[in-house]
Design a protein around this ligand. Structure first.
Ligand SMILES: C[S@@+](CC[C@H](N)C(=O)[O-])C[C@H]1O[C@@H](n2cnc3c(N)ncnc32)[C@H](O)[C@@H]1O
Length: 826
């Protein structure tokens, strides 16, 4: 169940958020539970798309709809509001829609008592509407399971809740997707057809696909194509007399064993028949309709079907609907051939893989109907083998028309030669992908990327199949990872189109990072600079778009920060600054103790830069989508933004990554004076308040007066001023948001200083530790038993949230991050 143990209000909010985000769902009209209307400006007339009944526990659809109709009738709401094109209902499992026009008649009933209580299922009025509704909508209810059919539901909403649209929009069946629709039909509809023994039927030349074709190509009780063995009459199938052998079927008629319920439901989502241009093709290519269980029967199953299907759609978008007739396809890391399922032109498909056992499985699958040619399926170690070993026809393509070749792969990841590398995407270990010919040959060119098997595949393809197209699944490291800098210096290809999906939607992959499908043309291109990717959630629903940036001159945040290393002045703490990507953000913190591993001393000279560094790394939460994004060397605009700098100081002082503790030496980070927080004695160090008040000044030339280890942009450094206030000995200037943080934080400090056994020099970390204590593992707990402290901490966290919102856009503006997301807006 998608929405478990929640009340009706929460259910409505969650459904609104998950599926109707771009609509206005806030209005409650009379007693109608849920309404959807366009987000619009006040001048336009209100336009509703849906009125719906909601129930917090699983409820019969007709009961919910009956209640909704009685509610609408009783309120007389349709006297002054134009009803929406859809009525609907939902519970925690499912949602259903019916077109208003289908049930409109009910509202014109004469002599009907609309004054009954809609929720009372015992009234004769309720029962009357219920029965009437049952007859009217049996064929016309669009039902979606929130969990299993989220993507279909989103498509339905996108297609139908559109201004000016009156008829529903079903998914069109084309020559590129009819095999996929068949796979879904096979799962859902087949078992409801009254055939007792499918094996026996098969022996007599009747296959389940005959019923699918009947569904596709029957209209008004007639077959649209002569070659069909079975025709769909409205409520049952009819078998061609010569196929209906005695003993196999009792008559020519085959019924549904569920009264056709599932069948009707299924076909509410797809348009049938397909456009006439596809009819011949579909009938001629019935051989492509091979059930999924035969494909999955043996061997590995790597790329999930949903992404295989989507990747083929993307290839068709780039190379045209007839791409399979115009190009050759080679999967040179084919495994058992899973990626090639759904492709139609076996004469143009080649599949090779390292393990003979997998080749054998593919050959067996060919016997079971897989759409491949025996001679085009062969054992070949792509990283070691010579192209002389390839089938002559493939060699011919490589030699004479490489631009017609699409290398379509989900290459292996991680450890070369180990068993693990063949079972899915694993994490990289330096030095393990060594020893093959490709690695040795391109060793010096590839830099650190040479350790990745997928990079070796791409490198050999790039140099030795020059001119071809590539459609490949891999992590996004090749685009933006620092280890791929050298790789990007030669992999000059034109990015055509691509999408990213969560890695853990793949078999055997656990991490939260994106896997991208990328289409490249190796004929043209330059150094990769940027590319827009579509983003999909694990269930296949569309999420938005994301831009990936790099470029030959790309420098990272640690390159920028290196300028501010100060080994001369007194250290007031240590910054832990590891790597440049989101993956490592949780390691970034300030502390008192130097563990001398990716640490940098903090001094009066670089304090503000440290705070900028920490803030930039912390403000935006890491997700599966941004996991591999790199923080960059910013542009110079941050330099004159004093409020940004003091916002970052504020953020750092009161953030949980501030691990400064008085236990490890003098605490220089107390943000208040002793008077401000009613401390019992003076503090050991007033560094922070002095700094804030302009009394501690960075060295004369700001950042010049210490060791500067820059890698680049030395001139930029000379123009970096310290905070303007500071240089003149004036107090720092703070934004009103930052001041609000200080205000609530002061209350927290004051409360701590009232405690009988408080430590006068306590840091924020010490205060948290005092109240929150530690669990059995020694980890600091999240909250305290002290209600007043929890309240004060809650106030502080809230103000910090507001501050975060103020800082976030500047991280993009100053280009610490460039890979931003464009949300779906249509
Ligand atoms: C991630 S799987 C992809 C399998 C399948 N094409 C799919 O998409 O589901 C990678 C496949 O490449 C094969 N492989 C590993 N090293 C190879 C090599 N050097 N040459 C050819 N195939 C290799 C593995 O055995 C594995 O089946």
């Amino acid at each position: 169940m998608k929405y478990k143990n929640i009340n009706e209000e929460t259910l409505k909010n969650m459904v609104a958020q998950d599926f109707f985000e771009k609509f206005d769902c806030t209005e409650i009209i009379k007693n109608i539970d849920f309404s959807i209307k366009q987000k619009t400006d006040a001048l336009l007339a209100e336009k509703y798309f849906l009125w719906a009944e909601a129930k917090a526990s699983a409820t019969d659809l007709l009961t919910m709809l009956t209640q909704l109709i009685l509610t609408i009738g009783k309120s007389k709401i349709t006297d002054h509001l134009i009803p929406p094109p859809f009525l609907g209902c939902f519970d925690p499992n499912k949602i259903a829609f019916v077109e208003f026009s289908e049930i409109m008649d009910i509202f014109t009933l004469n002599d009907f008592n609309w004054n009954v209580t809609p929720s009372n299922t015992g009234t004769k009025e309720f029962k009357y509407i219920y029965e009437k509704l049952k007859k009217l909508i049996d064929h016309n209810l669009y039902i979606f399971d929130f969990e299993k059919e989220a993507s279909e539901l989103k498509t339905f909403i996108k297609n139908n809740f559109v201004i000016g649209k009156t008829e529903t929009n079903k998914i069109q069946i084309t020559k590129n997707n009819f095999t996929w629709v068949y796979a879904k039909w096979n799962k859902e509809v087949k078992s409801t057809i009254g055939v007792e023994d499918w094996d026996l039927a098969k022996q007599n030349g009747i296959f389940d696909l005959d019923f699918y074709l009947a569904d596709l190509l029957s209209r008004e009780n007639l077959s649209l194509k002569e070659k069909l063995n079975i025709v769909l009459k409205h409520t049952h199938y009819e078998v061609k007399p010569e196929k209906a052998r005695i003993g196999l079927f009792k008559s020519y008629i085959i019924d549904f064993n569920d009264g056709q319920k599932v069948h009707r439901q299924f076909w509410t989502k797809y348009e049938r028949p397909p456009l006439e241009v596809y009819w011949d093709y579909i009938v001629d290519r019935r051989d492509l309709l091979v059930p999924q269980d035969i494909r999955e029967r043996k061997g590995s199953f790597f790329t999930p079907q949903i992404w295989v299907e989507l990747s083929q759609k993307y290839i068709a978008d780039v190379f045209g609907e007839d791409w399979q007739d115009n190009y050759y396809v080679w999967d040179c890391a084919a495994g058992t051939g899973n990626l090639l399922v759904g492709l139609t032109n076996k004469y143009r498909i080649y599949a090779s893989t390292i393990d003979q056992a997998d080749v054998n499985v593919m050959h067996e699958r060919i016997k079971d109907g897989a759409n491949l040619l025996d001679d085009h399926v062969f054992q070949f170690d792509f990283l070691n083998g010579s192209f002389d070993e390839l089938p002559p026809s493939l060699k011919n393509v490589i030699k004479n028309e490489p631009e017609k070749l699409i290398v379509y792969i989900n290459p292996p990841y991680a450890e070369a030669g180990s068993k693990k590398s063949r079972t899915g995407i694993l994490r990289h270990k330096a030095g393990v992908a060594t020893g093959n010919k490709t690695h040795n040959k391109y060793f010096s060119k590839m830099g650190k990327a040479r350790n990745e098997i997928f990079a070796q595949f791409l490198t050999r393809i790039y140099f030795e199949l020059k001119g071809c197209k590539i459609g490949e699944f891999s992590t996004q490291k090749a685009l933006v990872g620092p280890n791929f800098k050298d790789f990007r210096k030669f992999f000059f290809t034109e990015f055509k189109k691509g999408f990213v999906v969560p890695a853990n939607s793949f078999d055997n992959v656990k991490g939260k990072f994106p896997i991208g499908f990328k289409i490249w043309d190796t004929r043209d291109g330059n150094h990769f600079e940027n590319a827009i990717f579509d983003v999909y959630n694990a269930d296949g629903s569309y999420y938005g778009q994301k831009i990936y940036h790099d470029g030959p001159e790309c420098l990272y945040i640690n390159d920028w920060f290196r300028q501010f290393h100060d080994k001369k002045n007194i250290s007031i703490g240590i910054l832990h600054n590891n790597k440049n990507d989101f993956q490592t953000c949780n390691q970034v913190r300030i502390a008192s103790k130097d563990i001398k591993d990716h640490t940098t001393p903090i001094t009066k000279n670089n304090l503000l830069k440290v705070c900028i560094y920490l803030t930039v790394r912390k403000v935006i939460p890491a997700t599966w989508l941004n996991d591999r994004d790199q923080f960059l060397f910013p542009n110079d605009s941050w330099i004159n933004d004093i409020e940004f700098q003091t916002d970052c100081l504020t953020y750092t002082l009161f953030h949980n990554s501030n691990n400064i503790s008085s236990k490890h030496g003098i605490n220089h980070w107390i943000p208040f004076t002793a008077e401000e927080v009613n401390a019992r004695t003076r503090f050991e160090s007033s560094f922070m308040t002095d700094f804030i008040n302009g009394k501690v000044k960075p060295d004369k030339n700001g950042i010049f007066d210490f060791t500067v280890e820059t890698v680049a942009r030395d001139e930029a450094i000379t123009s970096v001023p310290i905070n303007i206030g500071q240089s003149q000995g004036l107090p720092l200037q703070f934004s009103s948001r930052a001041k609000a943080v200080f205000k609530v934080a002061a209350e927290l400090w004051k409360y701590y200083h009232c405690q009988p056994n408080c430590n006068v020099n306590a840091s924020f970390y010490d205060i948290r530790e005092y109240f929150q204590g530690r669990d059995e593992q020694g980890k600091m707990k999240n909250n305290s038993d002290d209600a007043e402290y929890n309240k004060l901490l809650g106030d502080l966290r809230l103000e910090m949230k507001f501050l975060t919102l103020q800082i976030e856009p500047k991280i993009y503006e100053y280009e610490f991050l460039k890979s931003c997301i464009k949300y779906w807006s249509n």
